[in-house]
Design a protein around this ligand. Structure first.
Ligand code: SF4
Ligand code: SF4
Length: 244
């Protein structure tokens, strides 16, 4: 069963007989003290609490969470299905959560789109919350994390050409036994560099915080692949040679 609405999700989760486990994940923005972002998150949470039946787990920013952290382990152990709200584009959030937790019954929502009114929270369908078996609790995990920068591979569109592995000069990627690419050393990636996303013929490499919506994953790539720009390549080579 594909999850296309909260009602589908609710039906599936009820069937899993684990009503007390976290059902909805809410990954916060880094700027929780921002006078606009903070209140927006709290009002969104309040709406979710009012309209959604199930436990809500409030977590730090999805992109900054370490790859092997207790939060991902717990999400994996909790099982499926999962609904996740984060500040990442849906494609990037889906790929990251699936890669780190193994969860596949996953529905993601982009808080940036809700904040920009591109998606209305009120328009999302929520289940009736009158079931006595369903426990509603908000749990918060407060953690201070470093801002990170690294590529996320959308495995659903990757063609396994391994161009990215050959292109990156910093050992970010490796080839797995099954001849597919893996982001093995994400924190070796150069801050702000999106160069390998331009050499990927499939548009599978996402930098969710880059301002180009095609590279961030908010917009589908429709045109022919743009090669990495000369400036990006110069920058990479300079960094290898220690000039920057
Ligand atoms: S370049 Fe793109 S399509 Fe090719 S292996 Fe890397 S991520 Fe996959
Ligand atoms: S963005 Fe640059 S440094 Fe980062 S993985 Fe791609 S090529 Fe390597």
């Amino acid at each position: 069963m594909d999850i296309t609405s909260f009602q589908d999700y609710f039906t599936l989760k009820q069937g899993s007989r684990s009503p007390f486990s976290p059902m909805l994940l809410f990954f916060r923005h880094r700027s929780v003290s921002d006078p606009v972002i903070g209140p927006f998150e709290e009002s969104t949470l309040e709406t979710l609490r009012r309209k959604f039946s199930g436990n809500i787990w409030v977590l730090p920013h999805l992109y900054d969470l370490p790859d092997f952290c207790e939060e991902f382990r717990e999400i994996r152990d909790n099982g499926e299905p999962i609904v996740a709200f984060s500040w990442l584009p849906v494609r990037a959030a889906f790929a990251r959560l699936r890669q780190r937790t193994g969860v596949t019954k996953l529905t993601c929502f982009d808080l940036a789109e809700i904040h920009n009114s591109a998606v209305s929270l009120e328009s999302l369908s929520f289940p009736d919350s009158n079931d006595a078996e369903i426990f509603v609790e908000i749990r918060r995990s407060e953690k201070s994390l470093h801002k990170r920068w690294y590529p996320i591979i959308d495995e659903q569109v990757c063609q396994n050409c391994l161009e990215c592995v050959n292109f990156c000069l910093f050992g970010v990627y490796t080839i797995q036994e099954n001849q597919t690419p893996l982001v093995e050393q994400p924190d070796q990636c150069r801050d702000g560099c999106p160069a390998c996303s331009r050499v990927c013929p499939a548009g599978a490499i996402l930098f969710p915080e880059y301002d180009d919506p095609v590279i961030s994953g908010r917009q589908k790539r429709t045109e022919i692949v743009e090669p990495a720009t000369k400036d990006e390549l110069d920058r990479l080579i300079d960094q290898v040679e220690g000039k920057r």
